[in-house]
Design a protein around this ligand. Structure first.
Ligand code: F2R
Ligand code: MG
Ligand code: MG
Length: 319
């Protein structure tokens, strides 16, 4: 615990830490199962109980970059949410982080964009050179949760989500995915840890910020699956579990709403649903941690995260 953490409201800090650690925990526990055809409950429990350090992937690496960027911009004296993201600088910071550790399991398209950015191509050109219609991958959504710690209201969170995602993801569905995940994290931060999230009420503000038939239909399905207490495999069949934003963000939301108040169950559900397990579990874990707080996670598991020190520092700065 640092001097700074002693001056911050303890429940706010616990939720900020919960958001950052939940994201990293979902990423690390889910990573070994990415694209495996079958994952059992015993596999996930064995991963939780192991003793090796938990190594993260691109999801946590880029979320840490965004968290550090936001903290730095605020410390520099920027006071409006619109100024918290400097797109040119953020694009460069993401690309530098990829270049330093390209082995962390980055998407194929974003890898090509980062290579172009590092060779001097402006980010707007680089991302359109790879996918002219923009990437619809879930990369903007997987890293966006820290934006919820600094956006004061839904409008600000939406703006931050879009500005942080668009430097790599220009497709409308990737931006909708980032908005959905960031606003869900904002709502989870505001929900008392002693109340469980009610699916139907929780998604209402999300419907307001996702005005397309595809996303509204996905939100309806999320509510229906939660109310029917669907199993992870069925939720994945209905909502999708792939690397696209529209095929993964709703499943993460569904994992959270199905088990809100029990963060480790939320992450297990996301992993048992299969497919893009690190990313769905990272997004679900961020929501669960934002709701329940850091202290709701097992000290054994969070203590194994390789980035634990950096996660604590970022949470303290953003809280
Ligand atoms: N990429 C992975 N996992 C597989 C490789 C890891 C493996 N362990 C290894 O390296 O050995 N995981 C990570 O990628 C996802 C986030 O991806 P992001 O940042 O959105 O990247 P990208 O490249 O923009 O999109 C991902 C893929 O989606 C398809 N795609 C996207 N837009 C498309 C378009 N307009 N047209 C056609 N295809 C499009 C492409 O296949 C992209 O490669 C997370 O799962 C993260 O964990
Ligand atoms: Mg990953
Ligand atoms: Mg992934």
């Amino acid at each position: 615990m640092t001097e700074m953490s002693e001056t911050i409201d303890s429940s706010r800090l616990d939720k900020a830490r919960g958001l950052m650690f939940g994201l990293a925990l979902g990423d690390c526990l889910g990573a070994p199962f990415e694209d495996r055809t079958e994952v059992t409950h015993a596999d996930v429990v064995a991963a939780e109980n192991a003793t090796e350090p938990l190594v993260h992937t691109d999801d946590t690496a880029l979320a840490l970059v965004l968290a550090r960027h936001l903290a730095h911009r605020i410390t520099e004296g920027n006071t409006r949410a619109g100024e918290y993201v400097d797109a040119d600088v953020l694009a460069r910071e993401f690309a530098e982080t990829w270049e330093a550790e390209p082995w962390r399991g980055y998407g194929g398209g974003v890898t090509r964009s980062f290579r172009l950015i590092m060779s001097g191509t402006p980010w707007r050109e680089a991302i359109r050179a790879v996918f002219p219609e923009g990437s619809f991958g879930n990369g903007g959504a997987m890293r966006v949760a820290p934006a919820a710690l600094v956006g004061g209201d839904v409008r600000e969170v939406v703006e931050l989500a879009r500005r942080s995602a668009e430097v790599t993801h220009a497709h409308a569905d990737a931006l909708h995915g980032a908005v959905c995940q960031a606003v869900a994290a904002h709502l989870a931060l505001r929900l008392s840890p002693t109340d469980s999230a009610r699916a139907r009420e929780f998604v209402e503000p999300l419907r307001e910020v996702l005005p397309t038939p595809l996303w509204r239909e996905k939100l309806d399905l999320v509510v229906e699956l939660c109310e029917r207490e669907a199993e992870p495999g069925h939720a994945a069949e209905v909502l999708g579990n792939d690397v696209s934003a529209s095929g993964s963000v709703p499943l993460a939301l569904s994992s959270f709403l199905r088990h809100s108040g029990r963060p480790e169950e939320v992450i297990r559900f996301a992993i048992l649903a299969g497919g893009d397990t690190d990313t769905v579990a990272a997004m679900a874990g961020a929501l669960a941690g934002a709701h329940s707080g850091y202290t709701a996670f097992s000290p054994h598991v969070v203590g194994r995260l390789e980035a634990a020190e950096r996660l604590h520092r970022c949470a303290e700065r953003l809280a």
